[in-house]
Design a protein around this ligand. Sequence first.
Ligand code: IMP
Ligand code: MG
Length: 174
Amino acid sequence: MKDMKVLLTEKQIKDRVKELGSQISQDFAGEELLVVGILKGAFVFLADLIRHLDIPVKVDFMDLSSYGLSTESSGEVRIMKDLEQPIEGKNVLIVEDIIDSGTTLKFIHEILQRRNPRTLKICTFLDKPDRRKVPVVSDYNGFTIPDYFLVGYGLDYAEQYRNLPMVCILDAEH
Ligand code: IMP
Ligand code: MG
């Protein structure tokens, strides 16, 4: 196991996800929401978030892949799995683990916007604004964080550590 330092505890995450759920429930009160999770990183956050939504919710997933397994996004994105349903006229909330360069979210936002949803919003668990290369703004964000490579709560390094219940800085001593 590499060196790890806890950045966000299980309790901090739990409290914040609950707040986000209340905020989203208020904003969409009386409406139905299609929650679109971006695989794989968002699945843990999404699973907790939707249990704090007290409005009618449907869930679908997209899998977008940037090439490679390194800690740097390559800037190239492709669709590995698309949505199972049309989104025209629907309230759509994209749920993503983290915005880094912004490449992934800009790509998916543009694709989904072209399908004419009623509303299209973005909810991210983490935001690393220092790393942004393309302009994307999250409508709902859990935590704004400095430029560390993070694992846990769905976030991986080479597919490992998604199962950690907290968020850790990978290789904290280097
Ligand atoms: P972007 O396209 O550069 O914004 O990168 C977004 C994707 O890169 C996320 O969905 C994550 O899968 C991955 N990513 C970015 N930063 C981290 C990190 O600190 N830990 C784990 N994955 C990350
Ligand atoms: Mg990932």
